[in-house]
Design a binder for this molecule. Structure first.
Ligand SMILES: [Zn+2]
Ligand SMILES: [Zn+2]
Length: 243
């Protein structure tokens, strides 16, 4: 696993390292690339607004010391129509967009409604990955989620931080169910550390172990290497405009 597709900097407000510190950590760990995915503006502690998000690609080089920096953000799904907290005129300027449900930004509903919300976010075309669809706080219908992920060519995240069980409860069983149906439906999987401090960058061991355990097809794991990530983003470019 050479790419960490989920990480935070101090811009998220409840994370504690700078981008430079994260890049140094990635280099030390031998990570080929990582995605900067600070929380979107709807997250109460987030320090970034739309202008910050779209300017990152102009300000931050694509490669720094040989590490590919994927300049993205973790959007908040803010309603059950699947709307995210970045107006659609800005999304083409963002390389990579995670869409996540966070209880602090949207009140959980029934399993049916949560599932519809996530599917609507995928159908909107603006999210490349659904972040931590672990069912914690937001029960999800995995057969339906994975079918939609295949239809709209959106990846589902196997979040390493969630798997530790400290942040969002024990989600192991839910993730095993998600992977079971994802494998059946041929869905792309992304892996991310969801690091909120530089020491966590590149931490993907629990996710790797689980993917091995279930025999997940390697060609569908977009965190495996840059080639597979780029291939996935080529597909995404057919689903949404990216400049
Ligand atoms: Zn966070
Ligand atoms: Zn999140």
């Amino acid at each position: 696993m050479k790419i960490d597709l989920h990480s935070h900097t101090i811009l998220s407000g409840h994370a504690y390292s700078t981008l430079k510190e994260n890049i140094e950590a990635a280099k030390i760990k031998g990570i080929e690339a990582f995605a900067v995915t600070d929380h979107g503006p709807a997250m109460p502690s987030s320090q970034q607004d739309a202008y910050h998000i779209v300017n990152m690609r102009l300000a931050v080089p694509e490669f720094i010391d040989g590490v590919r920096i994927i300049r993205g953000f973790e959007s908040n799904i803010i309603d059950y129509d699947g709307k995210i907290d970045l107006p659609s005129e800005y999304t083409p300027y963002v390389e990579y967009i995670i869409g996540s449900l966070h209880e602090i930004c949207i009140v959980p509903r029934s399993k049916k409604e949560n599932t519809e919300g996530v599917i609507n976010a995928m159908a909107s075309g603006f999210v490349d990955v659904i972040g931590h669809p672990d069912g914690f706080g937001f029960p999800l219908d995995y057969p339906a989620i994975t079918e939609a992920a295949k239809e709209y060519e959106v990846a589902l995240e196997l979040n390493n931080n969630t798997l530790k069980g400290r942040v969002r409860g024990d989600c192991r069983e839910n993730y095993l169910e998600m992977l079971y149906y994802a494998k059946k439906n041929g869905v792309y999987i992304s892996v991310g550390s969801d690091a909120h401090f530089y020491t966590g960058i590149g931490d993907m061991d629990l996710s790797s172990a689980m993917l091995k355990e279930v025999g997940y097809p390697e060609e569908l794991i977009i965190s495996k290497n840059l080639e597979q990530f780029n291939q996935f983003m080529k597909i995404r470019r057919q689903e949404r405009t990216i400049y």
